[in-house]
Design a protein around this ligand. Sequence first.
Ligand code: OFO
Length: 169
Amino acid sequence: MISKKMEKAINDQIKWEFYSAYLYLSMAAWCERKGLLGCANWMKVQREEEIFHAMKFYGYVIERGGAVALQAIDAPEIDWKSLTAVFEQTKKHEQSVTKRINDLMDLAMKEKDHAAVIFLQWYVSEQVEEEASVAAVLDKIKLVGEGPSLYLLDQELAAWVFTPPAKGA
Ligand code: OFO
């Protein structure tokens, strides 16, 4: 059985994952407005990942006999001054998610909730990937600049696809 405190913390995180999905969808829309369809695709793939993260938490709460309590999702921003600003914010956002996951892990350890510790390990590793993935794109944007060379990078990001982890991962 999940503790009330852990149930609340995970419900808060479900909201945060859905907010992440909302934020990335808003960024995708901004990219589409600017004609950066590859970057928009990358953001849409991120959005799918966030929904996956939220639903994995959802499944866990149910499995542990808890109650999922969905919360209102804040509206994300809709405008950025440049593509670099979009990806800078994405990087910062992922760093904040990592902190939240670490806080959840701290709570699980404090409560000696071994099942939660094992479950959360997946998110700890996932955040390493999430941060590395956005950092790699940001580095490339800085390398090519926001001029005509961005066209090739945009094409590269058009090939990005969402691959759900294998069951049990
Ligand atoms: Fe769910 O990891 Fe990104 O936000």
